[in-house]
Design a binder for this molecule. Structure first.
Ligand SMILES: Cc1cc2nc3c(=O)[nH]c(=O)nc-3n(C[C@H](O)[C@H](O)[C@H](O)COP(=O)(O)O)c2cc1C
Length: 332
């Protein structure tokens, strides 16, 4: 179950998703966070933020909408408390960073540079660029590229930098390529989709922030499609895949599409043990398919299907087909 992301070996491919498990401390009440591939921390900004006004979460069919607004303690407090705690627990920390300008991202990368507890950096580029009328970095190849280049240049050589892509673009491979050309060592695919819910009782938007990010099983087919397209365009670039993973079979879909590892996000709100359960289920799913190594399954769905040879000929004609009544009786 080991996996390698841009030269860094992880014991297994299941991670938390940014923003869904803070810095891992709450989940550690349910399982040892050092057991999973890594803890992807909530995107951290330079200064402390209280986030958007409430309500900032709404339930949706098979998912949820959130507009948390990057609530967090700021980088200094994060280093002192959260990163120190992850290090002491022996967990692998993937630190997610967010900013409103290239300078913000640069300063964040400099503060994290060479920190022994940082296994990887994930750059959340789904943030409004304050210097460009609030246009989201991730929706523009040049803006994405500027951020990634700044982070890469200010990060120690041995620390991989992953850019986290937004699905809210016409062609995700254009942004993926721009990030890789700017120095990204890998890609996290995908962030939430922009959505909106209107409360039909109040007849107003359900979220104070009006729009929010849609996550959970509802977005899984979109996420799998994005991972597929990015892997097809850039087969050598490692992908951390996410979006609605609830079971080991869901995780397997991402691996088959081209992800070398996966993040489990929204599911942990309902089942805090989900990361370890998904890991066990994924291991079982690979074994029952006769796949010895996780790496053998990465991108496997892109290969042409092998001819199906049944172990014994189908019983066409010579075995009676059970009637519905017989089958029902057998079951009950
Ligand atoms: C409440 C909440 C907060 C999130 N906060 C962040 C964040 O701070 N940074 C980030 O890159 N993604 C954030 N995300 C997106 C998730 O990391 C993930 O990409 C997305 O939710 C899809 O995965 P999921 O369906 O398993 O949740 C957040 C998602 C949720 C539900």
């Amino acid at each position: 179950m080991t996996t390698t992301l841009a030269g860094i070996a992880f014991p297994n491919p299941v991670f938390t998703a940014s923003g869904c498990a803070a810095a891992g401390r709450e989940l550690d009440q349910f399982f040892d966070v050092a057991q999973i591939g890594g803890v992807v921390t909530k995107s951290i900004m330079l200064a402390a933020r209280s986030g958007r006004a409430t309500p900032r979460m709404a339930e949706t069919p098979s998912g949820m909408l959130n507009s948390i607004g990057l609530q967090g303690p700021g980088i200094e407090e994060f280093l002192r408390k959260d990163l120190a705690w992850l290090e002491q627990r022996g967990a692998r920390a993937v630190v997610s960073i967010a900013g409103g300008s290239v300078e913000d991202y640069t300063s964040l990368a400099q503060k994290l540079r060479g920190h022994p507890a940082v296994s990887m950096i994930e750059v959340n580029i789904s943030c409004p660029n304050v210097e460009d009328r609030g246009h989201v970095f991730a929706c523009d190849p040049r803006a994405s590229s500027g951020v990634v280049q700044a982070v890469r240049q200010n990060t120690a050589k041995g620390t991989p930098v992953f850019a986290k892509l937004s699905p809210d673009v016409t062609d995700i491979t254009t942004i993926a390529r721009a990030c890789v050309d700017a120095g990204a060592d890998g890609l996290s695919v995908i962030n939430t989709l922009l959505g909106m819910v209107i409360d039909t009782t109040t007849m107003r938007p359900a979220l104070a922030g009006v729009t929010g990010g849609l996550s959970g099983p509802a977005i899984r087919p979109v996420a799998v499609r994005c991972v597929w397209q990015v892997h097809q365009a850039l087969p050598d670039v490692p992908i951390l895949g996410m979006g609605g993973i609830r079971t080991g079979l869901d995780a397997l879909e991402f691996v088959l599409a081209g992800a070398s590892a996966v993040s489990v996000g929204t599911t942990v709100f309902g089942d805090p043990t989900a990361p370890v359960r998904v890991l066990a289920e994924l291991e079982q799913a690979l074994a029952s398919r006769g796949i010895d190594k996780l790496s053998d399954a990465v991108g496997l769905a892109h290969r042409p299907p092998e001819p199906f040879v049944p172990e014994r000929p189908d019983p066409v004609g010579d075995e009676p087909v059970p009637s519905y009544e017989d089958a029902f009786e057998e079951q009950s």
